[in-house]
Design a binder for this molecule. Structure first.
Ligand code: ADP
Ligand code: MG
Length: 348
């Protein structure tokens, strides 16, 4: 077989971890990123810096690769679509177009008869005044949000006057769910009805940023079954190839809601590196590159903690780890508040 050269758009920690998994499979990685400090350049075989709209640089990148994927969902759809005419892009670009837009994404999920939070489109501040039914809620930019960026919790109409929100952007207002738990399901789809599904992962957020993930999730069998079924249904309907994550809310009455779909490997799945025979990154590459599908085996229960901002420092300075602890440093140049700098996984 000729050598596979996997092109990855995006150079964050997910790109790094994909590169590490590719190495294990003897696949070379070429990363394209618009960030000259992209941490994945420390892990890939070749690194190209350029804007996601720079046609010449993208063409050069495409020439160096045999198949292409991406590690974050805010890559311009037009770029992916153009690339897809030259080389296969997995997951296919139309999936990105759908999921980049929070309203289109939720409309799609509801059409499958799968529950989401209640939501409404908001174009101007005035719209909000008639929407008390959706409060307390969270106003989110319809595109380009991640890690809680572009989100404004709104408790009541009286709060509105004090808010300075940039209404040149479009928003979605979501009714706040009284959360009991959050879970995610990571699924790798290889083709028609061919899946590997990881068990549901229980997630804890702080300030809308993921803080901890653990397996097993402490939820009922019924919720485990329903979240698996919905995730299968979503990935089948999208004809998805690769690893996908579905984020769910569980409310105080044990109702399950899809929060959002991430068309990529996902932070909550980092524990799969140490807890399963095949991690989410290797499975993504296996599916995207049409390699062999291997049945998942769980090796351990696990808990992953994100190290955000300064929390990385004690681990960098004094690495006294127990045998069951695994520390990952994303090697980001600058420590910033709210920035995911690394993670620690403990297995049990
Ligand atoms: P992001 O794209 O930044 O991950 P999410 O929509 O997943 O955005 O929101 C991040 C977190 O904020 C969620 O995981 C949850 O903890 C909280 N959150 C968001 N929307 C709601 C909601 N409608 N009800 C309750 N909590 C919410
Ligand atoms: Mg999310």
């Amino acid at each position: 077989m000729s050598e596979i050269r996997l092109g990855i758009l995006g150079g964050g920690q997910l790109g790094s971890m994909l590169s590490v998994a590719a190495k294990k499979l003897d696949i070379k990685t070429v990363i394209y990123s618009d960030d000259q400090d992209a941490p994945a350049q420390n892990f890939c075989d070749e690194f190209i810096i350029g804007s996601y709209k720079d046609k010449n640089k993208i063409d050069n990148f495409v020439k160096k690769t045999s198949i292409i994927t991406y590690e974050f969902e805010n890559i311009p759809y037009e770029t992916l679509n153009k690339i897809n005419k030259l080389k296969t892009v997995n997951p296919k670009p139309s999936i990105i177009r759908l999921i980049q837009h929070r309203i289109a994404e939720k409309d799609f999920v509801n059409k499958l008869n799968i529950r989401t939070t209640r939501y409404v489109s908001v174009e101007k501040k005035l719209d909000l005044e008639s929407l008390s039914d959706f409060l307390p809620g969270i106003l989110k930019t319809t595109t380009m949000g991640y890690d809680g960026k572009g989100q404004y919790p709104i408790k009541s109409l009286t709060e509105l006057s004090g808010l300075s929100i940039d209404f040149s952007k479009d928003y979605i207002l979501e009714k706040l769910v009284k959360l009991k738990k959050e879970i995610s399901v990571i699924i790798t789809r290889f083709g028609n009805n061919r899946y590997e599904i990881y068990e549901a992962i229980e997630n804890t957020h702080e300030n809308q940023i993921l803080k901890k993930s653990k397996i097993p999730a402490e939820i009922s069998d019924k919720l485990i079954e329903q979240s698996r079924e919905w995730s299968k249904q979503i990935s089948e309907e999208l004809k998805y190839i690769g690893t996908l994550c579905v984020e769910f809310f569980i409310d105080r009455n044990d109702n399950l809601y899809v929060n959002e779909i991430a068309p990529r490997v996902h932070n909550s799945g980092h524990l799969t590196i140490n807890a399963f025979n095949i991690c989410q990154f290797e499975n993504h590459i296996r599916a995207v590159c049409s390699l062999k599908q291997i049945s998942l085996k769980k090796l351990h229960n696990a808990e992953m903690t994100n190290l955000i901002g300064n929390q990385i420092l004690p681990f960098r300075q004094n690495l006294n780890l127990n045998k069951n602890e695994f520390f990952f440093d994303y090697l980001k140049k600058e420590i910033k508040e709210k920035r995911k700098m690394g993670h620690l996984t403990k297995v049990f």
